[in-house]
Design a protein around this ligand. Structure first.
Ligand SMILES: NC(=O)c1ccc[n+]([C@@H]2O[C@H](COP(=O)([O-])OP(=O)(O)OC[C@H]3O[C@@H](n4cnc5c(N)ncnc54)[C@H](O)[C@@H]3O)[C@@H](O)[C@H]2O)c1
Ligand SMILES: [Zn+2]
Ligand SMILES: [Zn+2]
Length: 346
């Protein structure tokens, strides 16, 4: 099969690799579309340590089942599917509790690190356990379905926020995750959603996605939020950047007893204004990937309640992968999601 191989850091090439054979309990998926994730771009130069070459990356994918391994039931060759980016074991204590994102044996497709190497979906075929598969409705195009992973991340963050219809919320960061979070909040019937970013193009997208107000993020972000909430602060802030100043601004922007869902993690460490968090009884809630949100994400995409088309900048054949990675790595402005199509069919 053809695959986009990271043969050394910052070097991708189209390689001929053997077709993977589905092991027991696995299915072989013919990949129709696979999105380039920010984490792939960060892994590409070795800075994250999570894409040790040689590796075929890619974990945001959709396609059709090409073959079934032994013991797979409930799926057939030709089924249109997507799959969780997380391979969970289904048997550890976390999995049994339903927290499959916290699986003790968690592997991510298209990642190679010191613990494991798992070939991903920038290839004509990928083999994945049937337990992580989800069937796609015919009306949902493969390129849009490749966005389901990011949609699930947004839904998970919103689920952990425990918002209600009258909640006032702040989304910090209007990147891919922030913009999908805005739509997930709307789908949860949240009526007041403020969105902050440093990039006015992103803020325009946030407005189109249904933000009540967009705020230019600067040192006065919390003051702007307080002004909009009669000095009280928002009930919930969803932090989708992950930097010192944005975590700080989120803490300064929530009301007493409010919640901050921490999704962003660009910086591995930030300073915590402990006294403020304790005395204002603020809940800091981490959010990792998703756990059971795929079916709802599929529903919301299929019904049009969440729209991902405006977030897709380009759909390109797998062969153009090296060039698109370079453009993303160079941080070309206004590029959102780029989707590669190894075997694109309608
Ligand atoms: N927890 C998870 O499961 C999970 C999943 C996916 C991504 N992430 C993390 O979420 C974060 C966002 O991911 P993304 O794919 O949306 O990235 P992105 O690059 O598309 O978006 C980041 C956004 O933050 C904005 N930003 C930068 N500095 C800012 C500031 N000071 N104030 C306000 N906005 C600012 C940027 O302009 C950009 O729009 C990243 O840290 C990523 O690693 C977490
Ligand atoms: Zn990803
Ligand atoms: Zn497990």
């Amino acid at each position: 099969m053809k695959a986009l191989l990271l043969s050394e850091y910052k070097h991708l090439e189209i390689a001929d690799l053997p077709d993977p054979a589905p092991a027991r309990g696995e299915v072989l998926v013919s990949v129709a579309a696979c999105g380039i994730c920010g984490s792939d771009v960060h892994g590409y130069d070795g800075s994250s340590g999570r894409r040790i070459p040689p590796i075929v990356m890619g974990h945001e994918a959709a396609g059709t089942i090409a073959a079934l391994g032994d013991g797979v039931t409930g799926f057939a060759v030709g089924d249109r599917v997507t799959f969780d980016s997380t391979i969970f074991c289904g048997a550890c204590e976390n999995c049994r509790r339903g927290d499959v994102n916290l699986c003790d044996h968690r592997q991510v497709l298209g990642v190679s690190c010191s613990e494991y190497r798992r070939a991903g979906a920038f290839a004509q075929y990928v083999s994945v356990p049937a337990r992580i598969l989800y069937r796609l409705p015919n009306a949902l195009a493969f390129d849009e379905a490749a966005m389901l992973e990011a949609v699930s991340v947004a839904l998970h963050g919103v689920a952990l926020a425990q918002i209600s219809a009258d909640s006032t919320t702040l989304v910090v960061g209007a990147g891919m995750i922030g913009l999908l979070t805005v739509q997930a909040l709307r789908a949860a019937r949240c009526s007041r959603i403020f969105v902050a970013d440093v990039d006015s193009t992103r803020l325009k997208l946030a407005q189109d996605a249904g933000a009540t107000a967009v705020l230019f993020s600067n040192t006065e972000l919390a003051e702007q939020v307080l002004q909009l909430t009669a000095g009280v602060g928002v009930d919930v802030a969803i932090e989708a950047v992950g930097r010192n100043e944005t975590v700080r601004a989120s803490i300064d922007s929530v009301r007493k007893g409010g919640t901050i869902v921490l999704v962003g993690n660009i910086s591995p460490e930030v300073a915590l204004p402990l006294q403020k968090v304790v005395t204002r009884q603020i809940r800091l809630q981490g959010s990792c990937a998703s756990a059971g949100e795929y079916p709802r994400a599929i529903e919301l995409l299929a019904s049009g309640a969440i729209r991902v088309k405006p977030l897709i900048s380009a759909i390109a054949p797998l062969e153009e992968g090296p060039r698109w990675f370079q453009r993303l790595y160079a941080r070309e402005p206004n590029l959102m999601k780029v989707i590669l199509t190894p075997e694109m069919r309608k």
